[in-house]
Design a protein around this ligand. Structure first.
Ligand SMILES: Cc1cc2nc3c(=O)[nH]c(=O)nc-3n(C[C@H](O)[C@H](O)[C@H](O)COP(=O)(O)OP(=O)(O)OC[C@H]3O[C@@H](n4cnc5c(N)ncnc54)[C@H](O)[C@@H]3O)c2cc1C
Length: 272
């Protein structure tokens, strides 16, 4: 199928994009188009006006902020994979980017588009949540900073307000001794995860975050399991309890899969 008719604008700045979004009827942003175009083609998401943010230079900026790095929302997965975009996660971001879809999708799809889409099994929401990143969001009311845990709400749902655009993310730099792990199980190469476990364990900063994606409506932190890992006690019991809370009615296969990806990821950061 082809999309229903829509008007198209291609602003050069973020401010122009925000103004355009607010000045038409039912409007949507398009970044890499990897998720939106299929929705338009299937007429699942009819819009009167499409604002193309793919040529806004400031969305591809990166900035060193001392203890953090700003990465623009318009940076593509391939830019992280190729090392063109910075990786304050000591290789975690690069590894995750390289495992998203396949190269053609990675050359177009963006980190901001992935987070805004909020697929429960997507890679960037899980990785940025594990890194404790903060989204920088711009709209007609100005700028606000939203922690990833507050931005992710549910399946394909974020706390972005109408007319807001993710400008980028601030990601804390991990210390040199920090350990990370990323364990993705998917049914075939290039597919979304059936289960994805991401861990950031930075003892020098007293930070341990464990994230599971594909279990429940959004990527989720497992704080009790992270606390157990941080003090070096067994994590099996807390994994079981936290998975129960996230997905009380899931089948035994999926549950076992999530336990396995989490155990492997914990083994990686513990050096086991
Ligand atoms: C075959 C295939 C396999 C895939 N496999 C994976 C996978 O394994 N893992 C994974 O994580 N993803 C996967 N994806 C999704 C891919 O990563 C997309 O690139 C991503 O979900 C959307 O990014 P985009 O830049 O293309 O966004 P678009 O499709 O352009 O937009 C998606 C949504 O986000 C909104 N949006 C875009 N940018 C912004 C912004 N800056 N601020 C606010 N809203 C914005 C748009 O309005 C739209 O609603 C796959 C996609 C395909 C087609």
């Amino acid at each position: 199928m082809k999309p229903s008719a829509f008007e198209y604008g291609c602003p050069a700045t973020l401010d122009d994009a925000i103004a355009l979004l607010g000045s038409h009827g039912e409007s949507a942003l398009i970044a890499g188009g990897q998720s939106l175009v299929p929705l338009l083609n299937l007429r699942l998401a009819p819009f009167d006006f499409i604002v193309d943010i793919g040529r806004i230079a400031e969305l591809r900026e990166t900035r060193d902020l001392g203890d953090r790095v700003f990465v623009g929302a318009g940076l593509t997965h391939a830019m992280f994979e190729d090392g063109v975009a910075p990786d304050p996660g000591n290789g975690l971001m690069r590894k995750a980017a390289a495992n998203i879809a396949y190269r053609a999708v990675r050359c177009h799809g963006t980190i901001g588009g992935s987070v805004a889409m909020a697929d429960p099994a997507a890679d960037w929401p899980a990785v940025l949540l594990a890194l404790g990143a903060v989204a920088i969001v711009r709209g007609s009311q100005g700028e606000r900073r939203v922690a990833m845990d507050d931005l992710l709400v549910g399946t394909y749902e974020t706390s972005l307000r109408p007319g807001e655009i993710i400008a980028g993310f601030e990601v804390f730099k991990l210390t040199a001794s920090a350990r990370t792990s990323y364990v993705k199980f998917n049914k075939k190469v290039g597919a979304f995860a059936t289960s994805l476990a991401v861990i950031v364990h930075d003892a020098a900063n007293a930070t341990t975050r464990i994230v599971i994606a594909g279990a429940g409506p959004r990527a989720s932190l497992l704080p009790a399991t992270a606390a157990a890992l941080a003090i070096g006690i067994g994590t099996d019991a807390s994994i079981a309890t936290e998975l129960d809370a996230l997905m009380p009615e899931t089948d035994a296969y999926l549950r076992h899969l999530h336990q396995t990806t989490l155990s492997r990821a914990i083994g990686e950061v513990s050096g086991a």
